[in-house]
Design a protein around this ligand. Structure first.
Ligand code: NAI
Ligand code: HPV
Length: 469
């Protein structure tokens, strides 16, 4: 187990009653503790983490070595080392785990890090007894039951744009490859066949690129495509500022009927599932191309295979599939295998050294901040709350982090509990059915910490209560 480089400055257990202070709710409870009885023993001080100001106190009322983190799907080394540097126990797996293995493994971890393949369903989340936070080391979060996680007080973080450029560059490459039928020529050469042809091979200059979903990836792609002389149209459900000379169209049909290349960059939602089927493919121009590097469920694969085999489409590049093998070396099958001018890649749109390294840093920092200081800025399913740091010289200050049901009357109840104390600062926000309150309270004794924790966690609206100091 990695050791922390911190220096314990005070054993809180020695300063409190026999049962010790209660420092955390059901989530993020250190190994061997129960929220009701066992104290967490050390109070530690470390160097600045997570961008906290220099003189900020590092909050972590637990022995960091007790925090268990499970990282799946080959999460980048930058994350592994950042989390180990905190002193956390980090277990890593190169692949995604199936439901049964996942349920066994997730039971006693405080934090899990995944990429796009691991399915954190309601059933899996319900098996997690101590989970407080999830890191998606990717953009997509459709693999997590976000609402159920929130209802259990589990915050979910992702990396909203660190691999966007990598995806956009891959799509630019695919536009050129499809235009020149390079996938087929390359295969022929490897099969020992010389076939020099120019029929139906085109320059991309002057062609129209239709981008569906003009978010981080779509808009980045727009700029790159225009710089190569393409005309860009885009379709999005919200009105967005067109970059360069690109133009937003009103309907998906407007885009499909005009574009030479259609590329999909929408998230997986109930609205986007099966978005491109026979009807939409039929609207595309004869000989045009489809690119999907978003999610496999957006395109109906049988319809696409039919459009390719019939020659209606000139080709396709597909990076994502409705069912993807869980690990490298596993068998891949699809109706698209063997279709003409069809590039198939194993979900590598965001898989570059640069992207993975940046994602590792970004998501691990978000996890560290949430675990150590309660900050939920950047969470995708959770109210975003942060407070100015407690200063290093504020010896007897604590931070209350209270995740609760978003119903009337809660703040009054909390105010009553904190009425006799000095609340330095407080902030609360809500998202859907849950709300999150952070309050820094000064000049509290260990007995008062226990009392605050007990009374807050016993409120009927409590989901998770943590007290950090
Ligand atoms: N192949 C790969 O390795 C990767 C795949 N992705 C996928 O790409 C997706 C897009 O990524 P970003 O551009 O970062 O997302 P984003 O959230 O920045 O942009 C998505 C855009 O799609 C629009 N949109 C949503 N529903 C729509 C609909 N029904 N019709 C039209 N537009 C709609 C949104 O308004 C938004 O502008 C991710 O959700 C992820 O699933 C992301 C990274 C890597
Ligand atoms: O960022 C995303 O949403 C992706 O699809 C990339 O997924 P990955 O990290 O390669 O499993």
């Amino acid at each position: 187990m990695p050791s922390t480089n911190s220096t314990p400055v005070q054993s809180i257990a020695t300063a409190t009653s026999a049962s010790g202070p209660i420092i955390a709710g059901p989530a993020l409870i250190p190994e061997g503790s129960s929220s009701a009885s066992t104290p967490v023993v050390t109070r530690e001080r470390q160097g600045s983490v997570g961008g906290l100001a220099k003189k900020a106190k590092v909050l972590k009322p637990f022995n960091t070595a007790n925090i268990k983190i499970l990282l799946l799907e080959n999460v980048n080394e930058t994350a592994v080392s950042a989390l180990r540097d905190q002193g956390y126990q980090v277990e890593t797996f190169a692949k995604a785990l199936g439901e049964e293995d996942l349920i066994a493994k997730i039971k006693d971890v405080h934090c899990i890090g995944i990429r796009s393949k691991t399915k954190l369903t309601k059933k899996v989340l319900d098996a997690a007894e101590k989970l407080g936070v999830i890191g998606c080391f990717c953009i997509g979060t459709n693999q997590v039951d976000l609402e159920h996680a929130a209802s259990k007080g589990i915050a979910v973080f992702n990396s909203p744009f660190s691999n966007s450029r990598s995806v956009a560059e891959l799509v630019i490459a695919e536009i050129v490859l499809l235009s020149r039928q390079l996938g087929d020529r390359n295969k022929e050469m490897h099969d020992g066949v010389w076939s020099k042809v120019s029929a139906n091979c085109y320059e991309i200059r002057g062609k129209t690129l239709g981008i569906v979903g003009y978010g981080h990836i779509g808009s980045q792609l727009s700029v790159l495509a225009e710089s190569m002389g393409m005309r860009v149209l885009f379709y999005d459900v919200v009105p967005l500022m067109p970059l360069g000379t690109s133009k937003q169209v009103n309907t998906l049909s407007d885009l499909l009927t005009e574009a030479d290349f259609v590329t999909l960059h929408v998230p997986e939602t109930e609205d986007t599932k099966n978005m491109i089927g026979e009807n939409e493919l039929n609207q595309m121009k004869q000989g045009s191309f489809l690119i999907n590097a978003s999610r496999g469920t957006i395109v109906q694969i049988p319809a696409l295979a039919k459009a390719l085999r019939s020659g209606h489409l000139g080709g396709a590049a597909v990076d994502v599939f409705p069912k993807e093998p869980a690990a490298n070396g596993k068998f891949f099958e699809s109706e698209l295998v063997g279709c003409p001018n069809t590039l198939l890649t194993p979900h590598i749109g965001g898989s570059t050294e640069e992207a993975q390294s940046m994602i590792g840093v970004e998501v691990s920092q978000a996890l560290i901040k949430f675990i150590n200081s309660g900050t939920s800025i950047g969470a995708v399913n959770f109210p975003e709350v942060d407070l100015r740091a407690i200063r290093d010289d504020q010896e007897n200050s604590i931070r209350l982090c209270y995740t609760h049901a978003n119903v009337p009357g809660v703040l009054l109840r909390i105010t009553n509990i904190l009425a006799e104390h000095n609340v330095d600062k407080q902030f609360s926000d809500s998202k859907g059915k849950i709300a999150y309150l952070m309050a820094d309270i000064s000049d509290v004794t260990p007995e008062q910490i226990q009392d605050i924790y007990r009374r807050v966690s016993e409120t009927p609206t409590n989901i998770v209560t943590r007290v950090l100091y």
